[in-house]
Design a protein around this ligand. Structure first.
Ligand code: PEP
Length: 255
């Protein structure tokens, strides 16, 4: 049986926001939150500085990059490899964020290659999956998420697929202030777990996060669902105090 423990994770996706000054002020306000792993995803250019600033908080606060290139090295101007992310102090990497799928036209297959590259470099990939509003309205939400997961399952050895962190991020809920309902999240998370178990042919306890307009107000509704292990937070995570407050809600939640 392939099992990997699920754990409570709260991740901050800064997207293309921040500065050296903001990073310094942010890290100074961060507090470790018992039993919750905080993961910061600043722009990759700030990763080395973030690693220095985090210093002694490293066991409680991990770092990651928002994307990686799938190749190890080469003539790919402007790109960053997974090994470079690790070299800068990153332990995680987001792959397949809907903004990458949309603006960089990343295919399911390319995203899967990025997940492979992440594991090869010793990073923990967080693969984002989720449907657009049109796809949900057309009753295609599960079909889309299944297709996105299957591409990754095909590319990864099963031991890595079992360890993959999945973030369910409905595209229509990202940065819109309109989060999914608890029922929609519960249903999709159950679907994701079941799709993974049938691909693996075994039980897996791996981590599934929700993302999409998570705030102090909406977080408890998700964190108290048994199927949600934490969240990937964008806008609300740009403020360290808000991020820590959401982490406290995760700590006390029953998930
Ligand atoms: C995200 O960037 O992954 C995200 C979920 O953003 P927001 O929380 O702002 O919707």
């Amino acid at each position: 049986m392939t099992e990997s423990a699920s754990r409570k994770i709260l991740a901050a996706n800064w997207k293309m926001h921040g500065s050296k000054a903001m990073l310094g002020a942010y890290v100074a306000r961060l507090k470790p939150v018992e039993a919750v792993e905080l993961v910061l995803f600043p722009p990759v250019g700030y990763l080395g500085l973030a690693a220095e600033l985090i210093g002694k908080m490293a066991p409680f606060v991990a770092l990651g990059a928002q994307d990686t290139h799938e190749r190890e090295t080469g003539a790919f101007t402007g790109e960053t490899s997974a090994a470079m992310i690790a070299d800068l102090g990153g332990r995680y990497v987001i792959v397949g964020h809907s903004e990458r799928r949309r603006y960089a036209h990343e295919s399911d297959e390319r995203i899967a290659e990025k997940a492979v590259a992440a594991f090869r470099a010793g990073l923990q990939p967080v693969v984002c999956v989720g449907e657009t509003l049109e796809e949900r309205t057309a009753g295609m939400a599960q079909t889309v998420v299944k297709r996105q997961l299957e591409a990754v399952a095909k590319a990864l050895p099963s031991a890595d697929y079992a360890r993959l962190i999945v973030a369910y991020e409905p595209v229509w809920a990202i940065g819109t202030g309109r989060s999914a309902t608890s029922a929609q999240v519960e249903e999709m998370h159950a679907f994701i777990r079941q799709a993974r178990e049938s691909a693996l042919g075994s039980r897996t306890l791996s981590t599934v996060l929700y993302g999409g307009s998570v705030s102090e107000n909406s977080a408890p509704g998700f964190f108290n669902l048994g199927s949600v292990d934490g969240a990937l937070v964008g806008g609300a995570a740009l403020d360290a105090e808000r991020f820590v407050r959401i982490a406290e809600l995760l700590r006390t939640a029953k998930c």
